[in-house]
Ligand binder design. Structure first.
Ligand code: TMP
Length: 208
């Protein structure tokens, strides 16, 4: 259970091009039909401040050190947790969040090589220890994920295939370490199968 005691925090994670946004929309539809009033949000960019931080982080022209990068993601998260996520959980609502702490572990901890211990410390400071009730990792090989991208690639997407391979490895390591919180879904399956598995995982959480 998240440390607000009520509400549920569900996070959607995965490498580039895994289809998180499509699944977030599908889960939103299912939850509304089932009578819930969920909040859909994302990181970076779930607040006004966060949208400005997102622009700095993803702009292909930004020159950002690895340490500055992780701290910008953390600043976005600190604002988001306090202003959006915790208030919604306190109202007993379900929060569907596109990316959260596991993105930092996979991208900055693994792919940038900052290490999981450092990332855990930064995440703890940013979130006050708020851990998701359920995390769905949409797994896809990096070449297939990047190939799905239609618009021009942002600063992170432009990283080489080895970076994206490490991101995926980071996610799969998280799933192995925390099997009760994290469910891995094969994002190469057709959209209907992926949605069915996502809904099943959410139903299991809500049945509690
Ligand atoms: P997206 O929201 O469009 O998926 O893209 C956000 C990008 O930021 C994506 O490349 C993953 C990256 N990211 C990190 O590197 N660390 C983080 O903590 C978060 C939330 C995202």
């Amino acid at each position: 259970m998240n440390n607000c005691g009520i509400g549920k925090l569900i996070t959607l994670e995965g490498p580039e091009g895994a289809g998180k946004t499509t699944q977030s929309e599908a889960l939103l539809q299912w939850l509304v039909k089932a009578g819930y009033n969920p909040v859909v949000t994302r990181e970076p960019g779930g607040t006004d401040l966060g949208r400005r931080i997102r622009h700095m982080l993803l702009d292909a022209g930004s020159d950002i050190t690895d340490k500055a990068e992780i701290l910008l993601y953390a600043a976005d998260r600190a604002q988001h947790v306090e202003k959006v996520i915790i208030p919604a959980l306190r109202q007993g609502r379900i929060v569907l969040c596109d990316r959260y702490i596991d993105s930092t572990t996979a991208y900055q901890g693994y792919a940038r090589g900052l290490g999981t211990e450092f990332v855990e410390q930064v995440n703890r400071i940013a979130t006050g220890g708020l851990v998701p009730d359920l995390t769905l990792i949409y797994d896809i090989p990096p070449d297939k994920g990047i190939a799905r991208k239609k618009s021009s690639l942002d600063r992170l997407e432009q990283e080489d295939l080895e970076f994206h391979r490490l991101v995926r490895e980071g996610y799969l390591m998280i799933a192995r370490r925390e099997p009760s919180r994290v469910k891995v879904i094969n994002a190469l399956n057709d959209i209907e199968t992926v949605t069915r598995e996502s809904v099943e995982a959410v139903k299991t959480l809500l049945r509690g």
